[in-house]
Design a protein. Structure first.
Length: 403
């Protein structure tokens, strides 16, 4: 995320680099033709984009407009020298603008450049000892200038000073796929081996973890990197809602008040006020109602599954369900008489409105001239040639995929 809160997605499908606004609405694609096999993306304090491409062996610095400002490495050349990489994985920035590159899948080292891309030094080799690496996969720098390297296959984080001198290592933490250092200098780590997010304090002590293996809400599959905006608490609260399938912001806030692990994850202390549920509703409806982000993600997932042969098929299916009402023809009366004669106090629609009262988004409902006193929302409907009955219909759209 950049200083405006815009979200940048770097992926191995077209468009490889895309920008979305803070509401999740697609804005543009960037750098068409520049990338071969995207791996890592970082954004510096000036909102420049830094990409690592383990297919072309390049690190690129792009301006906000997407213009190439700096090239480190040579496209298509895999080597180990002062200016060549072998499948670089990530990039980080020092206190004085230094650039650190974790290099990576082919090499086992860290390379340091000045702000203009001039080589300064490198350190590391393949191995398991201090200062040795088995796939340096991610890199980050704290406010003291110390360099944190996610030594993925050695299941540790190694910490060096700005000159590459070994300081210490944290072990027993899992597989460090992605690293992010927050303002409080805690290290957030994507553990792609155990499919979780963990938080570590400045001494490497695990403070908590979130997630488990799988593809359901609250689960991860080989998570690689993470980004946190300025309002980290808001984003983390929304993330909990998405991961655990909590669609009601009111319920999300209620759960957050009682769930200690979730309060820890969001960074909310016991003396801190939880945002009002309407704040989340406004973000949800404002940011995503008109956005096609989730539609694009769904289509991309289906496209990739088809490409690798997991599924096939091109048909669209429309299906519907019929829920028979607790009503009979004899119970129907003119609508204006409902208030006096109805045998229910709340209709189904009134109940649903109460659940999302803070910001309802509903389609206009056609009002019948006659309604049932026991189920005013029921209508006459038929399915599959059966006789018409009073009930409620639902519609489901799905893509037919043959495994």
């Amino acid at each position: 995320m950049n200083s405006q809160g815009h979200i940048f997605l770097f992926q191995r499908a077209q468009p490889m680099l895309a920008e979305y606004d803070e509401r999740g609405i697609f804005l543009r694609s960037i750098g068409e033709g520049l990338f071969t096999h995207p791996h890592g993306l970082r954004i510096d304090d000036d909102d420049n984009l830094w990409t690592t491409d383990d297919g072309s062996h390049l690190v690129l610095k792009l301006s906000r407009e997407g213009r190439v400002l700096l090239v480190l490495g040579r496209k298509g050349v895999a080597a180990e020298s002062d200016w060549l990489f072998n499948q670089p994985t990530d990039v980080a920035f020092g206190k004085n603008g230094e650039v650190y590159v974790s290099d990576g899948y082919g090499n086992s080292r860290v390379v340091k450049f000045d702000r203009d891309g001039n080589f300064l030094k490198s350190w590391g080799k393949y191995g398991t000892g201090p200062g040795e690496f088995n796939l340096p996969h991610s890199i980050a720098v704290d406010k003291q200038g110390n360099v944190y390297v996610g030594d993925r296959e050695n299941q540790r984080i190694q910490i060096f000073d700005a000159e590459g001198n070994f300081l210490k290592q944290w072990t027993g933490i899992g597989y460090p796929y992605g690293l992010f250092i927050s303002a409080d200098q805690h290290v957030w780590m994507i553990d792609g081996g155990y499919d979780r997010i963990i938080e570590l304090d400045q001494n490497g002590r695990i403070l908590g973890a979130l997630g488990e293996p799988g593809h359901a809400p609250g689960q991860f599959a080989w998570g690689h990197f993470m980004a946190v905006g300025k309002d980290g608490k808001m984003l983390r609260i929304l993330l909990i809602g998405y991961l655990y399938g909590i669609t009601s912001e009111r319920k999300l806030v209620e759960e957050l008040r009682m769930h200690l692990a979730w309060r820890w994850f969001t960074g909310l202390g016991f003396d801190q006020e939880i945002p009002h549920h309407s704040t989340f509703s406004k973000n949800r409806h404002g940011r995503f109602q008109e956005s096609k982000l989730f539609e694009q993600l769904f289509e991309q997932i289906v496209r990739q599954c088809v490409e690798v042969g997991l599924v096939k098929g091109e048909d669209l299916s429309v299906d519907g369900s019929f829920v028979e009402a607790n009503a009979a023809k004899q119970s129907r009366i003119p609508r204006e008489q409902l208030a006096e004669a109805a045998q229910v106090h709340h209709t189904m629609r009134q109940y649903l409105v109460e659940l999302e009262q803070q910001n309802p988004v509903e389609e206009p409902v056609h009002e019948q001239e006659q309604v049932s006193t026991t189920d005013p929302d029921s209508t006459y409907a038929t399915k599959g040639g059966t006789p018409a009955r009073l009930g409620t219909t639902t519609t489901t759209w799905s893509i037919i995929l043959a495994v």
